[in-house]
Write a protein that binds this ligand. Structure first.
Ligand code: SF4
Ligand code: SF4
Ligand code: SF4
Length: 451
């Protein structure tokens, strides 16, 4: 991290991969009569982006916080674009407070998930190419208009996911001795005159490194570590969810909405591994689409169902249970109180589905590397002149791992709530919704084994 080439060399390497994948998948659609889901596994871009990168990012976030941000090519593009705008003397604005709160990110994340549900961008290589190009273009454009790592702070579609799932991550940047910072006259980690430097910059995300006590906004870029002359900033590998981290008793509205939304989506994702139960879960949107004479739009109805209706019903029921136990707060307040502890359980639900997906997609990698468009492979698989590779792990094994994770997340989620509300005698009430969600996830996962 202290090397001058960090993080640029790694970011350039990842950018080359991103661009190569966008080129490989450009204009590629499934041949007629071919199963689109199978084709997604054979095309290198859809396989790596949706079957490997996305699930790996969720796992990395939970274990190591925002580790992906260390090598992210989108940050590099926005960095270059921001410098270019400065050179060209474009009038760059600071990011508005409401934008930096994540309000735009929630909208973008919801849009992507709707596109996954309705247009299957995760199954169509050509759409995946557009997705990658769109991300790169958005990173470049936003940095031309706004300054100070605006894309990461206000527009990155996975920004809230990484910031929310990664709070208890084991990798963290923190200041060492408080006394050293107090006596520091240079304050190079904060001084705005250092921000435009190429290396050893003051925090480009406008954080206050000496006071850092949470992973949620720190991109682990190491700039503050390099800039600190007294050598007081540290990169730590620590226990998960340490008590020393700051916890918010109430999540912000963007984080709350993100967690609610993702709870519905993850529930659906878990059901997809159990086809019979998934049919029941999707019966209402299927019936609604048919009743409205829009059977072709059934997939969009599924998206709306899992991203809006299910979360609203689920969270209203859970908040209702908390009120029945004697909490007099309004439902909205209860939602905000529950969001971060619930996110711990939701994140492992996400990890479980990610694992189930990766172990069945990854075996296609050798063929995808040999023939990146996947067109010949999928034709051969469809014509049965080639056999599809088996999964790396059976679904029952994945289910056992997932159940262990859910159990651990239940304990961590309850602990997170209690630490955030230590001074309230009624903090045990959160046990009910967190346990209810963990039980629901657990039962669906048990269904994977017994189906
Ligand atoms: S916030 Fe988003 S764009 Fe920025 S480094 Fe992290 S993943 Fe990349
Ligand atoms: S982190 Fe380093 S540069 Fe920043 S205030 Fe502390 S000692 Fe000074
Ligand atoms: S606090 Fe340090 S590591 Fe974190 S984003 Fe700022 S400069 Fe990078």
């Amino acid at each position: 991290m202290l090397w001058g080439g960090f993080p640029y060399v790694f970011q350039v390497a990842m950018l080359v991969v991103f661009v190569a994948l966008a080129v490989i998948s450009w204009g590629v659609y499934a041949p007629t009569g071919v199963n689109a889901k199978l084709f997604a596994k054979t095309n290198l871009a859809t396989l790596l982006i949706w079957g490997v990168w996305w699930p790996a990012m969720v796992w990395m976030a939970v274990f190591f916080g925002r580790a992906w941000c260390m090598v992210c090519p989108l940050e590099l593009v926005s960095n270059i674009s921001e410098r270019l705008a400065r050179r060209l003397k474009l009038p760059q604005r600071p990011l508005r407070k409401w934008m930096a709160s994540g309000a735009v990110i929630v909208g973008i994340y919801a849009l992507i998930q709707m596109l996954v549900a309705g247009a299957h961008i995760n199954r169509v290589p050509a759409y995946t190419s557009w997705f990658l190009i769109g991300l790169l273009a958005m990173a470049a454009l936003t940095a031309l208009i706004f300054k100070d790592r605006a894309f990461c702070r206000g527009f990155c579609p996975v920004g809230l996911l990484l910031g929310t799932y990664g709070r208890g991550g084991m990798l963290a940047v923190r200041a060492g001795s408080g006394a050293k910072c107090q006596g520091c006259s240079g304050k190079d980690c904060i001084m705005s005159c250092n921000r435009a430097r190429l290396d050893a910059r003051s925090c480009p995300s406008l954080l206050n490194p000496p006071k850092l006590a949470s992973n949620k906004d720190c991109l682990v870029c190491g700039q503050c570590i390099k800039s600190c002359q007294p050598d007081n900033m540290r990169l730590l590998l620590r226990r998960p969810f340490p008590v020393t981290d700051v916890r918010e008793a109430f999540a912000s509205w963007p984080v709350t909405i993100f967690v609610m939304l993702v709870s519905g989506f993850v529930t659906w994702e878990l059901f997809t591994e159990w086809p019979a139960a998934n049919k029941v879960f999707l019966a209402t949107p299927a019936w609604s689409a048919a009743k409205l004479g829009l059977p072709a739009a059934a997939d969009w109805f599924n998206g709306l169902w899992s991203l809006a209706v299910v979360p609203l019903v689920l969270w209203s029921l859970l908040a209702g249970a908390v009120r029945l136990l004697g909490d007099k707060e309004r439902v909205f307040v209860i939602w905000r109180c529950l969001a971060l502890p619930m996110a711990v359980v939701i994140s492992v639900g996400h990890m479980s589905k990610g694992l189930a997906k990766s172990v069945s997609w990854l075996p296609f990698l050798p063929d995808a590397l040999r023939e990146p468009t996947g067109l010949e492979t999928v034709e051969a698989l469809s014509a049965k002149s080639m056999t599809a590779p088996g999964t790396l792990l059976g679904l029952s094994t994945v289910a056992v791992v997932s159940l262990v994770l859910v159990g651990m997340a239940l304990a961590c989620g309850i602990r997170e709530y209690r630490l955030a509300h230590q001074h309230e005698p009624t903090s045990w009430r959160a046990v009910v919704p967190v346990a209810a969600l963990a039980t629901m996830f657990g039962l669906i996962i048990v269904g994977w084994m017994v189906q």
